[in-house]
Ligand binder design. Sequence first.
Ligand code: NAI
Ligand code: MG
Length: 502
Amino acid sequence: MDAISDQRARLGDAAKKFISQPKKLLIDGLWVEAASGKTFAVIDPATNKEVGRVAEGDKADVDKAAKAARRAFESGEWPSLRPMQRERLLHKLADLVEANADELAQLESLDNGKPVMMARHGDVVMTAEFLRYMAGWATKIEGSTIDVSLSYVPQGQFFAYTRKEPVGVCGQIIPWNFPLLMAAWKIGPALAAGCTVVLKPAEQTPLTALRLGELAMEAGFPKGVVNVITGFGPTAGGALVEHPEVDKIAFTGSTEIGKLIGVNAMKNLKRVSLELGGKSPVVVMADADLEQAIPGAAMAIYFNQGQVCTAGSRLFVERKVFDKVTEGIAAFAKQMKVGPGLDPSTQVGPLVSQEQQERVLRYIQSGFSEGAKALAGGKKVGATGCFVEPTIFVDVKPDMKMVREEIFGPVVCAQAIDDVSQIPAMANDTIYGLGASVWSTNLNFVHRLIPKIKAGTVWVNGHNLLDPALPFGGYKNSGIGREMGRAVFDLYTETKSVCMTV
Ligand code: NAI
Ligand code: MG
């Protein structure tokens, strides 16, 4: 890999312009500096260089934003908009995402490290599609009429129904792996339901959430409906979780912080939904179409440098095809082009930060010292930048640290299946339960296996097939609640029962 010193020259004019402007907080429709006046650095993980600074919001700024979101929720234009007008605003936002797609993809690549082509054709396209899907729900959230008995009121006649009302002010805390898409996943359903939001992007990747905030203003969302506070977890994020004006917290990130947030949100009974870590199994049967399964299992882990909550990080392969599959994945890994994200030919970019690179390298080291063998990868790449080779380990035991814990990097651990009846136990041997995939041509077997896998999503002959219409979320330590699809509106509405004597 050729070292580069500054990727900014690769940006288009629009992204260059955005980078060169001061990046402030969006509170009540205005861009303002942090009350403290502090800023923090945006680092390009391909070069470890600072590429800009953003405002460092903390408790004082969160307070202003939460109060603005409260005002916007209770009074003014937003609560009186018709559902179709909310739908229209979300479509407008999706249009603007599409109109600025190249800029958003470049900013995402610069900030997160991911290959720009992935950002452009994955993250940005999915962001617009997701917003459109959620726009459609604004007009379709409905309660029901219920025929009540109330037999202890002998003479009465009744009319009873339920209303689905927006839950209120939503504090939304998101991670760095899909910064723009995560922002849309959070604000889309909240706005469709009529809520207002205070969004806190991850400190590693604030840029596209700020740009999305600008686009939300341009789309015409009333002031205070969308607020964006950049800042750190314990300060800005913590203040959001504690704030009395915030009715609901939606969090995506680590299980460790998710548990903390869940406990803190419960102290004043905020609604809370959590999308947390994973250690998703990929099960490859001997009868699978291996031409499909080998690249499929490779991309299940190497996509987005393995920084995916549903990354297929535990691979189970039937013994008779174990060598063929693991060697196939190793060959796939070795031919992947590692490089800076803004180079359009890059397939594997840097990890998001030096901290994450070190974390992943520590897991790789633990694998070696516990006796596993790398068929491919196992090292960092280059002297600068947060690059790690796509890695596959064999000679793996189920109790190894790297098999048990979420690595969040391009590292897969392969184990052989000797007894097919043990597959559910092997797949479920984890505290997590987010995703799983099964690769097989035997549909009877697959359908018998699916109910036994404790995971929020099971893919068959595919992995990471996400769609806005499909509920997404975790069993066990992978979280609480289902985002996407109809299910997400359980998270963003309160049900009000109305019972009338007539
Ligand atoms: P994290 O869970 O600390 O950060 C996620 C978000 O939570 C960020 O916006 C952060 O600022 C915020 N946050 C952190 N501490 C907080 C607090 N006390 N109160 C409120 N908000 C807080 O994740 P981090 O440290 O970036 O990554 C560590 C590991 O977590 C990764 O290596 C990976 O294993 C896992 N992770 C999992 C993700 C997933 O989607 N499943 C996403 C990001 C990280
Ligand atoms: Mg953290």
